[in-house]
Design a protein around this ligand. Structure first.
Ligand code: OOG
Ligand code: MG
Length: 263
């Protein structure tokens, strides 16, 4: 059930996308539209996606968010959400990330998949996801909520493309059969000090389950995930705030490390 008319969806999509592109914060959309629901929120997110595609950006994959207890607790919300990844979100490994293009970025350690077959729900299961994974790579997502003080409710964050902003992937890849993604450990260091540690099981028991949930959630809108998609499965630990001058290095068991510097 949606509550907003088409004109309002279009206006809110423009409003939130401008906040992203101009790196300024805005009030939560639910402050103005307290009755809006998930369908409205995903309508706004898909409209932002349409605007980018129309402008020539490519959609290269999807991200799941709020899939770990640590993240749910940190943000005070309990349901996983998805967002899309545009090509210009990507930054090379070991590069400098400009905080002037962002509002209040935070980093998250995530396992990522690249798929070799399309995935379509409903009823997509873990086995189908495993069969469709070409390889697993380590990733760091840089999230940047467009909302004031990085505070939001679930509906507002979905409309804001689930805080998608930047991401970096590592270059060491592995076949899913060669990893135990549940016990795979990650250690996040900021400026040389360990700030978060975790293991893959923090993400819905197994990051593969997060990808299956993504496919089934997309199916609710009749959408599928094409082959060659990048899937960020969600932060394993709580997100860590960064500012200009910080360097971040995340070590992934069996998958090398991913680092970047904020300038
Ligand atoms: C929402 C996005 C969360 C994750 O990996 O959990 C997310 C947010 O916390 O801003 O990307
Ligand atoms: Mg994330």
């Amino acid at each position: 059930m949606s509550t907003l008319d088409k004109a309002t969806i279009l206006a809110l999509a423009e409003h939130l996308e401008s906040a992203e592109l101009q790196a300024h914060d805005v009030k939560k959309v639910t402050d103005q539209y307290p009755d809006m629901d998930f369908e409205d929120a995903y309508d706004i997110q898909w409209e932002i996606r349409r605007r980018k595609v129309e402008r020539g950006d490519r959609i290269i994959g999807m991200k799941m968010g709020l899939t770990s207890r640590a993240k749910m607790k940190q943000m005070g919300v309990e349901t996983p959400v998805y967002g899309f990844l545009a090509d210009y979100f990507e930054r090379p490994e070991s590069s400098e990330i400009k905080v002037s293009e962002l509002i209040h970025p935070k980093v998250e350690a995530e396992l990522a998949f690249v798929t070799k077959a399309p995935l379509k729900g409903p009823g997509c299961h873990v086995g189908q996801v495993l069969a469709a994974i070409d390889f697993v790579i380590p990733a760091v997502e840089i999230i940047d909520s467009r909302y004031e003080n990085f505070r939001f409710d679930l509906i507002s964050v979905v409309a804001d493309n689930s805080s998608s902003s930047r991401f970096v992937t590592g270059s060491r890849m592995a076949a899913p059969a060669d990893l135990d993604m549940r016990t795979l450990g990650v250690v996040m260091e900021k400026n040389g000090a360990v700030v978060e540690v975790g293991a893959g099981a923090a993400v819905l028991g197994n990051p593969v389950a997060s990808a299956a949930l993504l496919v089934n959630m997309m199916a609710e809108r009749g959408e599928e995930l094409p082959a060659g998609s990048l899937i960020l499965t969600g932060g394993i630990t709580a997100a860590v705030q960064v500012e200009a001058g910080d360097s971040v290095n995340v070590r992934f068991q069996d998958l090398g490390s991913v680092s970047m510097r904020f300038v």
